[in-house]
Write a protein that binds this ligand. Sequence first.
Ligand code: SF4
Length: 333
Amino acid sequence: MRPISYSRATDAATAVAAVSSDPTSEFLAGGTTEIDLLRQNVLHPRRLVDINRLPLTDIGTTRDGGLRIGALARMSEVAASPLVRERFPMIRQALELGASAQLRHMASMGGNLLQRVRCPYYRDAQSSCNKRDPGTGCPALEGFSRGHAVLGVSDHCIATHPSDVAVALAALDARVHTLGPHGERTHAFDDFFLLPGDSPHREHPLEHGELITAIEVPATPVARHSLYLKVRDRASYEFALASVAAALSVVDGTVADLRVALGGVATKPWRARRIEDFLIGAPANRDTFAQAARGELADARPTLMNAFKVELARRTVVRALETLVGDTGRSPA
Ligand code: SF4
């Protein structure tokens, strides 16, 4: 039994001061992952600062017509927002496919971005794991790795980033706003998730006590015609084996605008820039989609157990883009 002290913050500055001044303290938001990890003896904070009453729950538009989501808005609230449903359908779909209804009602958007990996070795406190205990090794490299990553991996960690909505946000160039002990900062979404490299325990460029306050998505007209396609072992309550967030505009049979990001196959939400660069200006058909997907996966480093993900990811990309083209044919965006 480890004693944990608990306090409740009512404003962001107090919460940041409380956590940043004590290296043994952590924020507590929805708790849908954190409480599990406390019980499993994976995380060991001595003090929890509850931030659930902070006024960070608004969902609205920015001055340039983009979307601003308070860090403590619940996944279910964001998915139900008419603004999100109309302008960013891929965000809604990723949220609805991302967790059970009960979890969506509890889990916050900021917490979703910071959720820990689902690698079974990470979650077993008796196992070695470079991410949990730096320098102890990575048993997944030679062990059970069916759900692990094939892109962005290192010799020190191959855990897949588990979030669905983060994949949609990566495709849309979202920004993460924070308040830390040294003031406010804005992080480009791609920079907010660190590759494991030789320090997989560092997942984000946050200081201790730096709090996510909001997520902003710039106005993105192509996002009105978008989808999130998730392939998994069963139809609910399961993480992606491969997923694709895509937004597509086709004019006269040619790709005019495109956003693509991959989930379930990479150590971070994976912006598929090779696919975008290859396809913009190219004919919108299955052959070019398949070529682009092959290029994106060219540097994949699978294990024996997850080699199937390379082909699965390619096919998921093609299916997502073909679906969007088909939708365009039926009802032009
Ligand atoms: Fe730990 Fe990463 Fe290896 Fe899993 S893949 S055991 S999280 S170091």
